[in-house]
Design a binder for this molecule. Structure first.
Ligand code: CMC
Length: 427
């Protein structure tokens, strides 16, 4: 059924704006002809009402708390799948059969060696450098070491090489920066012996990975693997839309993810919980701070731009948190503080009215901590998980013939025309 177009009446003219509909009945007003017809642009702070693209990768209904990758519910994938299988699903659109999975793993294995120059870049950072700085710099540096893929337009065959290569390289870089920051020798990938996630853990810690740790990490990486047009993914698409190469595009995603309102929230949550603990554990005091408009403090790990009921990822993570800590026999007092804080906030009018619920980052940090991942590396773990989503969205964008360079308009509010005054005449 075609939707009735909307009518816009402006300045004595009426124009029709077509309404398009997606496969889950999401409707959007198509304003492509708006400026030509009326001279008007739209203003949409934070893109709260703007669909930047059509996409077949991820479906999300924030009101109902639904998240699906390529149609598969996140709950089923987290319970039954593996990160590598989900990565393939996101990038290629279907769950792989056994032969395709083997092919994908082999491709990642084939590109598992990291150039010495990249290792030198990682080692040249000060030990206290933030791991996200090391990751972003090293990912963009790959373009300099792999000019064969450093083009915006790649063939099908080249994409089948570079996307698994980037997965192998980001894993290596994440593990290498950890080793380098601890003054330890770098451990190369061993794809003949290990699956992707186990290899990462072996490269990081230099010992046999624990089965429970690998299970937990698979769940966390799956939950982070894509989230439609979020800030980092939009950055990947925006940079990629200029036909910059995939390394530059993904590196931009890493940069955007770093911020505490986005992926950096997982680090900020643990730091907040530690602050509450150091302050005596009175979380009610911090709820008051979060509500106080004169205080910049926000309850980190709470609230979401699109989830207004609950974040389905947070639900899975909260349950996994209890199970994993029990299996690993870890007793973390921060978990009790987090649960108390959540309980208190969920009955508080301020949070209820604004529909603020725990998001994916609220409990993930406690799990990463139990897995011995250092706090400043939590966002790198998020990036490792989000990488196949960035790749899938980048691939979808470059393969869509109607893609245009991303170039928003503005409403100018600066000075009117004025004329140059030589330095000697300026007051
Ligand atoms: N603590 C206290 N108040 C909050 C919070 C919070 N965490 N989040 C939103 N609010 C208030 C905000 O002050 C505003 O109040 P008012 O209407 O009185 O001005 C109202 O709720 C709406 O907030 P907003 O900032 O306009 O909402 P947004 O959609 O622009 O921002 C957000 C979404 C995630 C940036 C925000 O909720 C936030 O800063 N949360 C904390 C950081 C965080 O946990 N980020 C991780 C997000 S999940 C991982 C990911 O996918 O990136």
């Amino acid at each position: 059924m075609t939707n009735k177009p909307a009518e816009l009446h402006y300045d004595g003219h009426t124009i029709e704006l077509p309404v398009t509909e997606g496969s889950e009945n999401e409707r959007g007003l198509d304003i492509n002809k708006l400026r030509d017809a009326t001279g008007l642009v739209t203003i949409d702070n934070g893109f709260m009402n703007t669909a930047a693209t059509s996409s077949a990768v991820t479906f999300l209904d924030g009101e109902k708390g639904i998240l699906r990758y390529r149609g598969y519910p996140i709950e089923e994938l987290a319970e039954k799948s593996t990160f590598i299988e989900v990565s393939y699903l996101l990038i290629y659109g279907e769950l792989p059969n056994a032969a395709r999975l083997k092919w994908f793993e082999n491709q990642i294995g084939k590109y598992s060696a990291t150039k010495d120059g990249i290792k030198s870049i990682i080692k040249s950072f000060p030990k206290e450098a933030h791991p996200m700085a090391v990751l972003a710099a090293s990912v963009v540096a790959l373009a300099g070491f792999h000019p064969e893929y450093a083009e915006g337009d790649l063939t099908e065959a080249q994409k089948d090489e570079v996307l698994p290569q980037l997965m192998a390289q980001v894993k290596n870089i994440a593990a290498y920066q950890y080793r380098a920051s601890h003054g330890q020798d770098l451990i190369d990938a061993n794809p003949k012996k290990y699956d992707y996630v186990s290899d990462f853990v072996a490269q990081m810690y230099g010992k046999e990975p624990d089965v429970e740790v690998i299970k937990a990490m698979n769940i966390l990486l799956i939950l982070h693997a894509d989230h439609e047009q979020n800030c980092s993914t939009s950055s990947v698409r925006l940079v990629g839309s200029s036909k910059a190469n995939v390394y530059a595009s993904v590196s931009a995603g890493v940069d955007a993810l770093w911020g505490p309102l986005h992926g950096g929230a997982n680090q900020a949550v643990i730091e907040m919980l530690q602050e509450i603990q150091a302050d005596g554990g009175d979380y009610k005091k911090f709820i008051l701070k979060a509500k106080n408009k004169d205080d910049n403090f926000r309850l980190m790990g709470f609230g979401h731009r699109v989830y207004k009921n609950f974040d389905p990822r947070a639900k899975i993570i909260k349950k996994a948190c209890d199970t994993i800590l029990e299996k690993l026999n870890v007793k973390d007092p921060l978990l009790a503080i987090a649960k108390g804080l959540e309980e208190e906030a969920l009955k508080d009018q301020y949070f209820v009215e604004r529909k603020l619920y725990p998001n994916v980052d609220f409990y993930s940090g406690i799990i990463y901590k139990a897995l011995n991942i250092p706090t400043n590396m939590f966002t790198v773990m998020f990036a490792l998980g989000r990488l196949p989503g960035w790749e899938a969205q980048w691939k979808e964008m470059v393969e869509t013939t109607s893609t245009k360079i991303g170039r928003p308009r503005q409403i100018y509010i600066g000075s009117k025309e004025r004329h140059f005054v030589p330095l000697s005449e300026r007051k």
